[in-house]
Design a protein around this ligand. Structure first.
Ligand SMILES: Nc1ncnc2c1ncn2[C@@H]1O[C@H](COP(=O)(O)OP(=O)(O)OP(=O)(O)O)[C@@H](O)[C@H]1O
Ligand SMILES: [Mg+2]
Length: 303
């Protein structure tokens, strides 16, 4: 049984989230018949966390997933870097950990109670697992979200902030103020993530470009048919939709001279390294700074 005793003030140290995840997963699932799928990108930002507490969070979530799949199934764990824009209009950087199972799912009416202490639907559950989890993430200034479909499975999303000193190293604290672009373009942005669409739109409009942002390839093709944009910025992977590689092929049919930049959160993606082979004029690894964006746009537009 889990108790609140470990839920004190976090003692934060530099830690590899990937390591914590693999260790916790191996520990809980050792000898079980559950399949696991762990994907941690090499360029995942570092952050400071209380190792023991975050291990406990991962273990609680995996244990719940296991208990939701009594006759076996798959747990997929993946991490990514995430930039969101806060109410203060500033960028905030998080590491997102997604834990997905193919278990029983959670009924709609239970969803807003699962984090309550002592709420449990299990015969022998204490109902403290998620309450402790919530409290730990909260003390790390992070947040946790859940999506679930009864009969299909459940996904938990943990967000841990990238601590300030590390954030400074990423963004560079001695960067020059970004000057306006000399040229003003019409730009089409395609990204499945709302926060990235918002971020790109705000960065590009502050560079005096005009921006249309869409969620997937289908919408990108429709928008491009209506308006031959000076430039398009396409994300490679769009879950459940047409991604950047397919989209560029369609756009080339409409305009063989389309100017496109491919973007990806996987800095090691071969498409970023050999973007011209795939029909792109430039490549952008996420996360990026406004200066990187300005530079690549000027390069592609003047090419
Ligand atoms: N992955 C999941 N799939 C389905 N239901 C879940 C999942 N995670 C949590 N739940 C639901 O949320 C409830 C609360 O979870 P929590 O971990 O807090 O308590 P518990 O697992 O019941 O007990 P304890 O963790 O203390 O042993 C569970 O009883 C279950 O109904
Ligand atoms: Mg539990």
């Amino acid at each position: 049984m889990l108790t609140f005793s470990k839920g004190g003030v976090p003692v934060k140290e530099n830690a590899s989230i990937g390591e914590i995840i693999t260790e916790s997963t191996d520990f809980i699932l050792h000898g079980s018949s559950i399949n696991t799928n762990v994907s941690i990108p090499d360029n995942l930002w570092e952050t400071k966390v209380d190792r023991e507490q975050i291990s406990q969070v991962i273990q609680n979530l995996i244990l719940n997933s296991m208990e939701a799949m009594p006759s076996g199934g798959t747990i997929s764990i993946s991490c990514k870097n995430l930039i969101t824009i806060g109410n203060d209009q500033r960028e905030h950087r998080y590491i997102q950990i997604k834990i997905k199972d193919s278990g029983t799912g959670i009924k709609q009416e239970s969803l807003n109670r699962i984090f309550d202490p002592y709420y449990s639907t299990k015969a022998t559950g204490s109902g403290l697992g998620l309450a402790v989890t919530f409290s730990i993430i909260n003390k790390h200034d992070g947040f946790i979200e859940v999506e679930s479909e009864p009969g299909k499975g459940t996904e938990f999303f943990i967000h841990l902030p990238v601590c300030e000193s590390i954030e400074k190293e990423i963004t560079g604290n001695d960067r020059k103020q970004t000057a306006y672009s000399k040229i003003s373009c019409t730009i089409l942005v395609m990204d499945d993530e709302k926060s990235i669409r918002k971020l790109l739109t705000s960065m590009l409009t502050s560079l005096k470009h005009s921006v249309t942002a869409v969620e997937n390839g289908k919408e990108a093709v429709e928008a491009y048919k209506k308006n031959k944009f000076d430039l398009v910025i396409l994300d490679i992977t769009i879950p459940g939709g047409m991604g950047g590689l397919e989209t560029i092929k369609e756009l080339k049919k409409i305009n063989p001279n389309v100017r496109a930049i491919v973007s990806s959160g996987y800095a090691n993606s071969p498409v970023l390294a050999r973007y011209t082979d795939y029909g792109f004029s430039g490549a952008l690894a996420k996360p990026f700074h406004a200066d990187d964006l300005k530079e690549i746009i000027e390069k592609v537009i003047s090419s």
